[in-house]
Every structure is written in structure tokens, then in C-alpha cells.
Design a protein. Structure first.
Length: 533
């Protein structure tokens, strides 16, 4: 049974996750650079600025598709807004903010060839998207009827899909009291009056166990818009499934009437998945209503469409904040610690730091300035709330590949020896960033290429496991990273490459094999091995 408390927690987690997405995933500099290049006619440069790899050969497309279809493809690419595409792509939430892995998002089709965006292979891997022309993967969302999510010529349709006016807001971005039928339906659903809301919206609700009503009330269905969206899609047949937080709803049209059937938990891969743009309340509007964002924090094209009369100062997603001093209880006194000049500075000399006793046992009580600095540079353990927040900010920027923000924080004095809760240093994450800029700087600061995280993995181990680019992996090996390493599960670099079928890292698998053919689990009894790359 899904209780009201559990359903409310799902909603809060969803909102916090989307707030992290909007804060970190598409920073203001990315939007500015991609926009400048797009308006200059450089669609490939715009893609690169927005962390989109454009794997499209227009000359080959012209030969295979013909002049007319290739011309239409070229025109669409010219109007592609890759930063807006990145803004709207499906996310792996539940407390995370990264792209949902192994997704194919179909943008359009040209003579049998499909233009689609492919999200990363791994949840923790580099947050770059591949733009491809060819057959999409199995986990597909279709955006062909939602071009306002990526096409500069159609962005105003975002407001039109919401009835010409964003619910609960004036066109200048200020809140307004609910007055429309659609807003009344939304409030009925939010207040738990599920069956009444469905009846008022004209969407049929097939019999549902009352124990599931609390979860269905929190399911972010844009109930007033659902019927219009299904009608626009011309849905026939068995319909679609939609999934949120592991919960499944089956949507179909029967005799012209939309029908929703609650499926509980699980998967419905026997049906096509309906893109969130057609059924979900716009996350940006939810975040605005609950105070997580202001109109100025939105992507400029989203803000322009939703609030054409807004006159405030556009800021875009907020940038990093300078590290501030944090108060720490040290013995009987309160001291201030602060990131300054590349170290976590404490009001003690080194002799005093060495004299502070270590915790009696792992997991035991720990406190004080020296303890805070020890955890800051080792990873797991207690940290004051302010330092936890600063560390989370840094590694969230790292996770999304925000190299300018990371460089800015290091210039602001953040200690580069900081480690996350998994014991990973910035070197363990350098493959997520612009490694030619960061790697030399981190090595010059004294970070060790053979440092281990809590799973016993070196930076090269983590980069290989995340499917890092060949260039990033070669940079680590050329910097001197050892190849004969295994983690706590006895997994070698070659094992990781073979298990994940990383063909682009075949050069490294060969090098490890030449170094020691018996290294790792590959030849141990019971270890399954995929085909060699």
C-alpha cells in the first residue's frame, strides 16, 4: 500500500531532483555559448557547447536520402537548440539529477532515417548526448510532435500546449489565483480527490484499488491536458505506458475518450512509452509554484514562451557561490574553518592538528576542526552542514561536466584535495570535465593518480568503468596511471572494458592483457566474460 506520507515523499524527492537538474545540468555559460554559435549559423559548434556530440555526416545523408530530405535535415539542424534539448531530456531522478541512461529521443525522420538524441550509457558517466541519424535504440521517446522542446521555430508552442497561458501564473510571471477549469482539475488531483478530478477532466479511470489512490494523486499527470495530447497524437490500438518513480499508468483512447489504468509498480515494455512532454506537468511550472525557481532562473526560450510579458532581469541557472566560513564545534569552543588558498584552513597549527586524537573506531564519534579537515580530504565521515553543502555543490557541478564552475571554485580557494562521500577525489572525476584543463592542474596540486576510493578504484579505474572517452583515458595513462590495478572485487581495467563492451577502449584492454594476461577476474572460475572488444 502507498500511504499518504510515502506519496508525499515521492513528490518532495521529485521536486528536489528537478531543482538540482535546473541548477546544475544546463548552466548559464552553456546556454550563452550555444546560443551565440547557433545564431552565427554554426550548429555543430552550438552542439559542442551544449555537450552534444553531433555524429552526423551531411554529405553522406545527401547521397543516401536525396536532395529534398537531406535539405530538410540540414534546415532542422540549423534550427536545433541543443541547450534546450539538454534542458528537456529525460532525467534519472529519485534524488539524482543526471540524464536517464540509454534513452533514444526521436526528433524527426527523413526518408527512413531517424534523427535522435542518445543519452549516456552509464548513470555516472559523462553527461554528453550523442546526436545520430539512424535506427534508435529500444528505450525510445518520440518528440516528433513536440518540436517546441528543441526547434527554435516552435518554442512558443510550449505556452500554447498549456492553453495559451501558464496555469497559476500571469503572463508576466507573477502568481495568480486559480480561476480556470483546468486549474481546478489540477487542484482536485493535488488534494487527493482523484476520482472527482478524473471525472471533471473527462479522462476515464478504470477501477483502482483505494490503497493506490494516494500515489495516483501524486503522479504528476497533467490531467487537464491529457485528453488533448492523446487526441493530437491520434492514439489508436493498445495505447502507451507512462512511468514515474517506478509507478506505471497505462493510457489509451477508447471511442474517442482517454482512459487511464493504474498498473502499480513494474514495467510495460510491451507498449510504447509516451514521452513525458505529452503527459507530465511541466517541471519548470511545478518548481515555480513551490518556490524552487524564479522566472529569471529558467532557460531563456522557456521563459520567453511561458511569460512573454516578463520584464525582470534574466539570470539563467545560478552559478557557483564562493565558499564561506563554517562554524565547527571544537572541544568547548566554536571555531571557523574555510576554504582558502587551496586548503581547508583551520585556526590551529600543524602540531595541534597532529595532536587531536583520531576516532576510537570506524563509525565512532568524531568532531573538531582537525576531524573536519580529515573527512574533507578522505571522504566518508562527519562534516558540518555548511561544508557538506559546499562539497555537494562542487561535486554536483563536476557530475554535470561544468568545467568553468569547477575552475572558478578552485580559483576561489576550494581545496582540490576534497573527496566525495564515496572517497573519490577530483582526479576520480576528471574524465567528466575538460581534462586537458583540469588534469595538469590537479597533478600540480599534488593529487595522486593511484589514490583509491572506497571501492578500491583508482581514477583510471573509475574513468574506464564510466565509459570515459578515449582521449580522457589516454590522458590518464600518459600521465602515468598504472595499468595493473584491480579493485576490491578483483576487477581489472580489462575486465571492466570487456564487461561493458567498450570497443573504443580496446587499446587499453590489449595493453593490460600484454602486461599480465591473468590479471583480474577474467580467468577465475565462475566469472562470466562477454566477447572481446
Amino acid at each position: 500500500m502507498v500511504t499518504d506520507a510515502f506519496a508525499d515523499q515521492l513528490t518532495r524527492t521529485d521536486l528536489r531532483s528537478w531543482a538540482r537538474v535546473r541548477r546544475y545540468a544546463v548552466p548559464a555559460w552553456m546556454i550563452e555559448q550555444a546560443t551565440e554559435r547557433r545564431l552565427a549559423g554554426d550548429w555543430r559548434g552550438a552542439c559542442a557547447a551544449a555537450h552534444v556530440n553531433a555524429e552526423i555526416d551531411l554529405a553522406r545523408a545527401a547521397r543516401e536520402l536525396g536532395a529534398a530530405e537531406a535539405g530538410r535535415l540540414a534546415e532542422d539542424l540549423h534550427h536545433l537548440v541543443p541547450d534546450l534539448l539538454h534542458w528537456h531530456l529525460p532525467r534519472s531522478l529519485g534524488g539524482r539529477s543526471v540524464l536517464d541512461p540509454r534513452r533514444s529521443v526521436v526528433l524527426d525522420a527523413y526518408g527512413g532515417q531517424v534523427l535522435h538524441a542518445v543519452t549516456p550509457h552509464m548513470v555516472d558517466g559523462p553527461q554528453w548526448v550523442r546526436l545520430r541519424l539512424g535506427p534508435p535504440g529500444r528505450r525510445t521517446q518520440d518528440w516528433r510532435t513536440a518540436r517546441y522542446l528543441w526547434d527554435a521555430r516552435r518554442t512558443d508552442e510550449l505556452r500554447e500546449r498549456h492553453g495559451g497561458r501558464p496555469p497559476f501564473f500571469h503572463l508576466d510571471g507573477t502568481p495568480r489565483p486559480p480561476t480556470s477549469h483546468d486549474e481546478g482539475v489540477s487542484l482536485l488531483l493535488e488534494h487527493g480527490r482523484v476520482e472527482t478530478a478524473f471525472a471533471a477532466s473527462g479522462v476515464g479511470l478504470e477501477p483502482v484499488d483505494p490503497r493506490w489512490l494516494a500515489a495516483l494523486a501524486r503522479f504528476p499527470l497533467d490531467l487537464p491536458r491529457l485528453g488533448r495530447e492523446l487526441a493530437a497524437l491520434g492514439e489508436t490500438g493498445d495505447g502507451f505506458f507512462v512511468r514515474w518513480a517506478g509507478l506505471i499508468v497505462h493510457l489509451r483512447t477508447e471511442e474517442g475518450r482517454p482512459i487511464a489504468r493504474w498498473e502499480g509498480y513494474g514495467f510495460r515494455l510491451d507498449l510504447p512509452e509516451l514521452a513525458a512532454a505529452h503527459w507530465r506537468r511541466l517541471p519548470d511550472l511545478d518548481l515555480l509554484r513551490h518556490g524552487y525557481l524564479g522566472p529569471g532562473d529558467l532557460h531563456p526560450l522557456v521563459r520567453r514562451s511561458l511569460f512573454p510579458e516578463w520584464t525582470g532581469e534574466p539570470t539563467g541557472p545560478p552559478g557557483p557561490e564562493p565558499p564561506r566560513p563554517v562554524r565547527v564545534r571544537c572541544g568547548r569552543e566554536w571555531h571557523e574553518v574555510a576554504s582558502r588558498d587551496g586548503v581547508l584552513a583551520v585556526p590551529h597549527d600543524e602540531d595541534e592538528i597532529r595532536r587531536e586524537p583520531a576516532p576510537a573506531a570506524p563509525g565512532g564519534p568524531i568532531g573538531g576542526c582537525a576531524a573536519a579537515r580529515r573527512v574533507w580530504t578522505q571522504g566518508p565521515g562527519w562534516l558540518p552542514k555548511g561544508l557538506r553543502r559546499q562539497r555537494a555543490e562542487l561535486f554536483a557541478r563536476v557530475r554535470h561536466g561544468d568545467t568553468p564552475a569547477v575552475l572558478w571554485l578552485l580559483e576561489a580557494g576550494v581545496d582540490p584535495r576534497v573527496r566525495d562521500s564515496r572517497g573519490r577525489s577530483l582526479l576520480h572525476h576528471v574524465h567528466l570535465l575538460d581534462h586537458p584543463l583540469l588534469l595538469p592542474r590537479l597533478l600540480a596540486a599534488g593529487l595522486d593518480l593511484e589514490e583509491r576510493d572506497r571501492a578500491g578504484r583508482t581514477p583510471l579505474h573509475v574513468a574506464v568503468g564510466d565509459g570515459a572517452s578515449e582521449a580522457a583515458v589516454r590522458a590518464l595513462t600518459e600521465a602515468g596511471a598504472r595499468l595493473d590495478v584491480v579493485d576490491e572485487e578483483n576487477m581489472s581495467l580489462r575486465d571492466l572494458i570487456r564487461r561493458n563492451r567498450y570497443a573504443h577502449l580496446g587499446f587499453l584492454a590489449d595493453a593490460v592483457h600484454r602486461l599480465d594476461p591473468d590479471l583480474g577476474r577474467a580467468n577465475l572460475p565462475g566469472f562470466w566474460v562477454m566477447d572481446d572488444v
